[in-house]
Design a protein around this ligand. Structure first.
Ligand code: PBG
Length: 329
């Protein structure tokens, strides 16, 4: 049958130049945030079996890694600390030690590479002997008591020079409390990237392997969101926005593109997507078996975040993606 309309969408797909000209979205290396696992005990560079190609690294290796990333055009780094079990306590006090691993790393990174943006995680799990993001009492995760510790933690990070603090704990009211604590000490330029819609997810497994931070009992469902919900994300976003968050994040990314789109449509501040550890691990495992083409799949995934409305993307594929983006538009 003859095409009776004059519209032929294939006209705009017929060659690479046209496709490039009319592309609706463009992934840029400047949107990428590279998560880094840092450590100060054990070997200088340690494999993470469930995250092939990624390492826990000491400060010296981390600096070398950042130097390479900066040359590739990656400017933002999110730090996650793996500390010795002996430092993990029920009050998680190592989290606000001004001489702790994270503040030390921030100072050194900002001193060595002033142009690098450093984002620090605010949650207690890497420091808690229970592996929970908040303080635990009688099997319950305490909200307001946790926030007091989070404020001290964020202040130690801001004092060390973090550009953004990123609360990933999902306690109620933490963004407002952090903003107030930072402002009171005159850290008015330290931003808050809030893990706004952070879901209780099976996709965090490899991250918890990397930090040895899996919960010692139960799960995180009393504070992280239920994956059956999306409108609830609007409530979280409304709170974080009003409490002063600079950026709203959705996490995980791939199974939550609808939530990214929902927040983008309803809020006028930048939206971040976190392409989490389990999403990275799935791609790597299938690529190792030659079941998928890693390059094609990673670029497709990252572009899907942009299409959904993400302005920034936290991804473990940052270095690889930056290289691929240099090779082709
Ligand atoms: C901890 C935190 C987690 C991640 C980032 N910050 C894990 C969790 O909530 O258990 C996950 C990141 C990833 O899986 O890549 N507050």
């Amino acid at each position: 049958m003859r095409n009776t309309t004059h519209r032929r969408p294939r006209r705009l797909r017929q060659n690479a130049s046209i496709r490039e000209m009319v592309a609706e979205n463009r992934l840029k290396v400047s949107q990428l945030v590279e998560p880094l696992f840092i450590t100060d005990f054990g070997p200088a560079q340690q494999n993470i079996p469930s995250l092939p190609g990624l390492f826990r690294e000491n400060l010296e290796f981390t600096l070398k890694h950042i130097e390479i990333s900066l040359k590739l055009g990656i400017k933002s780094f999110a730090l996650f600390p793996a500390i010795a079990d002996s430092l993990k306590t029920s009050d998680a006090k190592e989290s606000f030690n001004p001489k702790g691993l994270v503040p030390q790393a921030v100072r050194k990174i900002k001193q060595t590479f002033p142009e690098a943006l450093v984002i620090t995680d605010v949650a207690l799990d890497p420091y808690s002997d229970q592996g929970h993001d908040g303080l635990v009492k009688n099997g319950q995760i305490l909200n307001d008591e946790t926030i007091e510790v989070l404020c001290k933690m964020a202040l130690a990070q801001a004092e060390a020079g973090a550009d953004f603090v990123a609360p990933s704990d999902m306690m109620d009211g933490r963004v407002g409390a952090l903003r107030q604590a930072l402002d009171e000490k005159n850290y008015i330029h330290t931003g808050i990237i809030s893990y706004t819609a952070k879901y209780a997810s099976g996709f965090y497994g490899p991250f918890r392997d990397a930090l040895n931070s899996a919960p010692k009992f139960g799960d995180k469902k009393t504070y992280q969101m239920d994956y059956r919900n999306s409108h609830e994300a609007l409530i979280e976003a409304e709170l974080d926005y009003t409490e002063g968050a600079d950026v709203l994040m959705v996490k995980p990314g791939l199974a939550y593109l609808d939530v990214i789109a929902l927040l983008k449509q309803n809020f006028d501040i930048p939206i971040a997507a976190y392409n989490v550890s389990g999403e990275y691990a799935m791609v790597k495992a299938a690529a190792e078996k030659n079941w998928i083409d890693e390059r094609k799949v990673v670029l497709e995934i990252l572009n899907s975040f942009v299409r959904a409305g993400a302005d920034m993307i936290f991804t473990y594929h940052s270095q690889a993606a930056a290289q691929w983006l240099q090779q082709e538009p």
